[in-house]
Design a protein around this ligand. Structure first.
Ligand code: NPQ
Ligand code: MG
Length: 369
């Protein structure tokens, strides 16, 4: 593939309902869509950054800067044999995994379209449908949370994840368990606790949770290993795993028993697959997280989640979980059995809605070889 042209778009899209985590409440989604043209074929990817450095240190502005000034020059005019090599091509730039992910995903879409296969197939996906879970934000009241969870269960979601923070944890989980004793349930703290809270977290053991996600610092691996020894519930790492080396360290140390792999967080699909492979060799289950991606990033998440080691329902929900109108056609829909179909058409297997994307775009820049 000779990379001829790259386009960056900063888009802003409203959320149907606010999404609150321990790091704050969001009402809308600011993200970057990337389009790459190679040999006349167009491909799409998403850098799922935010307006501020809340979940990740990256933001719309840092990603745009690193893409425009460093990553695009490394790719433009270059011959790349396979999308699987793109991450290595960008290796001179340290970190900035979200900035890299959008470009890399777009190349997977190009390569798959050139070959007339789906991104899922090109990656080695084996599942025609993925099991879908839902992540539920912190609400103003417990009644509101119960009502939202009830709605998602009625739609068929296979697993419920609720966001927790000190003061919105044990009582919330107790209430959920009283109402739904057997529903697959887990919690995500987004780094809201410290080791001093170990007892409070151990109080969650009695509720049979699938896992507790990222309770300690966003950049910690070691202290999670100390915490895991004090808990029956498996820990799952999210924020602190950016590379296969991080994943290996976490598994060797016993910092977690499950890993949430998000292509956006680890620099794209090839790195996600490497972490998947490493976990699979060790019999460690993985699942695909979400960063409230619009349809483009969502399509890549669906594709990677079709790999054999993604054995747990993830946070890849239907488009209408977050958006009134998604940027792809058709939008991702939840089947009655709580699954989402893996598109079988070429590339990401869905069509971008250019007119709608144009209306959401607040900045655009084109680079040509
Ligand atoms: C997580 N995602 O697993 C993240 C947190 C996250 C689906 O729970 C805007 C608003 C961007 C909220 C990025 C889910 C966000 C966001 C990430 C939440 O930790
Ligand atoms: Mg998380």
């Amino acid at each position: 593939m000779r990379i001829e042209r790259i386009e960056l778009r900063y888009i802003k899209i409203p959320l149907r309902h606010h999404f609150e985590t321990s790091f704050g409440r969001a009402w809308g989604r600011d993200t970057i869509l990337v389009t790459v043209w190679a040999d006349g074929v167009e491909g799409w990817g998403e850098s799922p950054v935010e307006d501020g450095p809340w979940y990740s240190p990256e933001t719309v502005e840092t990603a745009w800067h690193v893409q425009r000034d460093f990553l695009v020059p490394l790719l433009l005019g270059q011959q790349v044999d396979a999308a699987a090599d793109a991450f290595e091509r960008m290796a001179r730039v340290r970190g900035h995994t979200m900035a890299k992910a959008g470009l890399e995903e777009a190349l997977w879409d190009v390569e798959a379209r050139q070959k007339g296969v789906s991104v899922a197939w090109l990656l080695g996906g084996v599942r025609p449908r993925i099991e879908s879970g839902v992540s539920v934000g912190i609400q103003d009241t417990l009644d509101e949370l119960l009502e939202r969870v009830e709605g998602f269960l009625a739609q068929g979601y296979r697993r419920i994840k609720v966001k927790i923070k000190p003061g919105w944890d044990v009582e919330v989980v107790r209430a959920l368990r009283q109402r739904w004793p057997a529903v697959p349930l887990m919690v995500d703290a987004n780094s809201a606790y410290t080791l001093a809270d170990a007892e409070r977290l151990a109080a969650l053991d009695e509720f049979g949770l699938l896992m507790i996600e990222q309770p300690l610092a966003y950049d910690d691996i070691y202290e999670h290993s100390l915490l895991q020894r004090q808990l029956k519930t498996p820990l799952c790492l999210d924020e602190s795993i950016h590379t296969p080396a991080h994943a290996r360290a976490a598994l060797e140390l016993g910092s977690c028993r499950i890993i949430n792999i998000k292509p956006g967080r680890v620099g794209g699909l090839a790195q996600a697959r490497r972490i998947h492979d490493l976990c699979r060799e060790r019999g460690v289950p993985v699942w695909c997280g979400g960063l409230l991606e619009v349809g483009v990033g969502r399509a890549h998440n669906v594709a990677i989640a079709s790999l054999p080691g993604y054995t747990l329902p993830g946070d890849v929900s239907a488009s209408d979980r977050y958006f009134e109108r998604d940027v792809v056609e058709p939008p991702f829909r939840l089947n009655a059995d709580g699954t989402i179909d893996v598109p079988q058409g070429p590339g990401i297997g869905v069509t971008v809605d250019r007119a709608w994307i144009d209306r959401l775009t607040v900045r655009r820049e084109v680079f040509s070889a």
